[in-house]
Design a protein around this ligand. Structure first.
Ligand SMILES: [Mn+2]
Length: 319
């Protein structure tokens, strides 16, 4: 057994034997690094102490590796998804006018923790009413009111792997006609997007195609005008007013996991699929999100058993 106090001597022995050294840097595309990290200090230390070694980046190798999940990693994500499902079913029994957003959050916590798990590594979004339009709402401190929607972006974490689910439900157990029309539009976009999450497809192309499907739905809802869409600038499509975030991201050890957006989809990759429509004027935001595993022949929806049809949600809430 070796102790940390022996590190220097051991490292010295190893460095005398090797030429190439792969060091870790945080190259997550979303990373904001404001202070010098332990990794950065260690790199500086190595370069000063062993200036004639060849230093290489470990990050590209790790990103390549982490983008494709092994069967055991998929098992961990499946387990996180199953726990998330249990939390959601519990919440469907709990939500009614007058409950608080933090009360709903506590229901998920209860379900996750009693199974020896916890929340995934992100703060859950439990947003009711107009808060459904706030993409990164995390206050979770309001009362859920009759007639409002409740958007929940939440997942269990299991063995350091994440689930990332979003469901939007009516606080009183019944969608209004308007809410249901928007809901079903989002659901149709999700179904179309899901069909494109297959081996060989490219990230940019995928997002462009999903955008077109979304355009069609927004025209159908009377939110966009077909002629305006035809004349829209290519770099600023009109649908972005109502759907201003990406449709998918890698999922794994990080909730927004590492992985190249220039690498074609391949078997073993796990992605979220999360279209949404946000109508600020109406205080009405709807997002739906499932997690999918790309396979040789298509994909597997790791959340296929989590209720998502509007009618099923209503039925479960009124049982
Ligand atoms: Mn997500």
């Amino acid at each position: 057994m070796n102790w940390l106090s022996q590190f220097q001597a051991l490292f010295n022995t190893l460095m005398a034997e090797c030429e190439h050294v792969y060091l870790n840097t945080n190259e997550h595309t979303r990373a904001v690094v404001e202070v010098e990290t332990r990794d950065a200090r260690f790199i500086r230390y190595c370069q000063q102490r062993y200036p004639l070694h060849h230093y290489e980046r470990a990050a590209p190798l790790m990103h390549r590796l982490r983008a494709v999940k092994s069967p055991r990693e998929v098992e961990a994500i499946r387990k996180a998804c199953a726990l998330t499902e249990q939390g959601f079913r519990r919440v469907l029994n709990f939500v009614k006018p007058g409950v608080t957003e933090y009360g709903v959050e506590a229901e998920y916590a209860h379900e996750f923790i009693r199974h020896g798990a916890g929340f995934a590594g992100y703060v859950p979004i439990i947003a009711s009413g107009a808060n459904t339009c706030v993409l990164h709402y995390i206050h979770n401190d309001q009362v859920c009111r009759d007639g409002d929607l409740l958007l929940m972006d939440v997942g269990a974490g299991y063995a350091n792997y994440h689930a990332d689910m979003t469901r939007t439900i009516p606080v009183n157990g019944r969608f209004t006609a308007r809410q249901k029309a928007v809901y079903n539009a989002v659901l149709r976009v999700m179904r179309e997007a899901r069909r494109m999450l297959v081996t060989g497809n490219l990230w940019d192309e995928y997002h462009r195609e999903v955008g077109k499907v979304m355009e069609g739905e927004l025209i159908g809802l009377g939110l966009l005008d077909a002629t305006d869409v035809k004349n829209q600038p290519e770099e600023a499509p009109l649908y972005k007013k109502y759907f201003m975030h990406g449709t998918s991201h890698y999922l794994g050890l990080d909730v927004h996991d590492v992985g190249s957006k220039y690498r074609p989809f391949e078997p073993g990759m796990v992605f979220t699929c999360e279209p949404g429509i946000y109508l600020r004027e109406e205080g009405l935001g709807i997002r739906l999100e499932n997690n999918l595993l790309i396979t040789e022949s298509g994909n597997v929806d790791l959340m296929e058993h989590i209720p998502i049809e509007a009618e099923e949600i209503e039925e479960l809430m009124n049982r």
